[in-house]
Ligand binder design. Structure first.
Ligand SMILES: *Cc1c(COP(=O)(O)O)cnc(C)c1O
Length: 395
């Protein structure tokens, strides 16, 4: 690998030079008096990306999975019932984690390519007269299938059934790249990770936590220690961590928040929407289809694309890596061999996206796919030529 090619996996994402430089720092004593001055504003400023003014942002040295664990262990008791829909690898793995913690998981099964169907949540919550269900869990952006779910509609379903359940949302592959409205959607715990929209290396779970979720911690008896919200919040209030913080990642997060703010969050979201639509135009020019079943489910951060019958998507992604030194997302779980994924999130421009489309076209041509070189690239170019200039181009 020459290290210059972008990755087109849906996380970890490309790390801009500006963030790499910000993290290339000598050890800084996290108990030094001036660490607080840097640390505190990071947590405050991150709230904007979650769409919260009322909640807190709590970070842990972990990957996104640690954030899942924090959400359920801080707010629930063993044996509590949670309601979740399974429609891809990430919702599936969150279910397994809940089961590992002794929760009773009520699962709404949906076909991969579907999202969280609000009407089915509403029916399940309305039927739960005794309020056994303590939390509703939803994967905002199912990274395995490139499906975005409508979290506002899930909130409306909870409200329509007049149910007191908390709402936990996995926003690992959406927060920082797609609009996320923690307060407006009444989300109690929102989970993000450093390595996707924040454009940093893996190593931090970043959680938005509501007042209601923090209040639930006192009565929640699931086993937890490292991921304890209240201990972390108390230490944060004093300017530190209950243990050693990942200082260099926090310095990276400082810079990442500055980059997102300088571009403007709305512009960041518009850029992702633009990138995604260009990729979808290419897919359609190739005569292929997305795993996501309908336009309202299309993700702005990742597209999962079925390869034609008789072709193996793993051979395609392996070929891209071996021959051109470029990583694309493999098909996960049910999609193994059947679909590959193009991650289009984080530090990415249309110019970079075009290089990915051109590369995967070469791979398809090498492997005798029924496509014409340049067809998808041209469709994306035509689209990227239109519209207002992107804010990022001005930087
Ligand atoms: C990446 C991702 C995660 C977290 O995975 P980790 O490997 O633990 O960081 C969780 N959910 C979704 C939707 C993801 O895309």
């Amino acid at each position: 690998m020459n290290g210059q090619n972008p990755v087109f996996i849906p996380g970890p994402t490309n790390i801009p030079d500006r963030l790499r430089l910000a993290m290339a720092a000598q050890t800084w004593d996290h108990r030094a008096p001036d660490f607080v001055d840097v640390f505190h504003p990071i947590l405050e400023d991150a709230k904007q990306v979650f769409g919260t003014t009322k909640g807190k942002v709590i970070t842990f040295p972990a990957s996104g999975t640690g954030g899942w664990e924090a959400a359920v262990t801080n707010c629930l008791n063993p044996g509590d019932t949670v309601l979740i829909s399974r429609y891809g690898m990430f919702s599936h793995k969150w279910i397994l984690l809940c089961q590992d913690h002794g929760l009773n998981v009520e699962i709404i099964e949906a076909e991969w390519g579907e999202g969280a169907q609000a009407d089915r949540f509403e029916a399940a919550l309305t039927a739960d007269k005794s309020h056994r269900i303590k939390a509703v869990l939803a994967t905002h952006n199912e990274t395995a299938t490139g499906v975005r779910s409508d979290i506002g509609a899930i909130r409306a379903a909870i409200d329509a059934s007049d149910h007191p359940a908390m709402l936990f949302v996995d926003g690992v592959s959406s927060i920082g790249s797609m609009p996320f409205e923690m307060d407006a959607w009444g989300v109690d715990v929102a989970v993000a990770g450093s390595q996707k929209g924040f454009m940093l290396p893996t190593g931090m779970a970043i959680c938005g936590v509501s007042e209601k979720a923090l209040a639930a911690c006192d009565a929640a008896a699931c086993t937890r220690s490292f991921f304890d919200f209240k201990q972390m919040a108390a230490a944060n209030a004093g300017g530190g961590y209950p243990y050693t913080p990942p200082v260099n990642l926090l310095l990276g997060l400082r810079e990442s928040l500055d980059m997102l703010t300088a571009e403007g969050l709305d512009n960041v979201y518009a850029r992702h929407a633009r990138l995604a639509e260009g990729v979808r135009r290419a897919v359609s020019a190739w005569g292929m289809s997305l795993v996501a079943k309908r336009p309202e489910l299309y993700s702005e951060t990742v597209s999962a694309i079925y390869v034609p019958e008789g072709f193996d998507s793993d051979a395609l992604t392996n070929h891209a890596y071996d021959t051109y030194g470029v990583s694309f997302g493999v098909g996960l779980g049910e999609m193994a061999g059947k679909a590959f994924r193009i991650g289009h999130l984080g530090s990415l421009t249309p110019t970079m996206a075009l290089s990915g489309l051109a590369t995967i076209e070469m791979c398809m041509a090498d492997l005798n796919y029924p496509i014409e070189l340049g067809a998808g690239v041209a469709a994306a170019q035509e689209y990227y030529r239109t519209g207002a200039p992107l804010a990022m181009a001005a930087e």
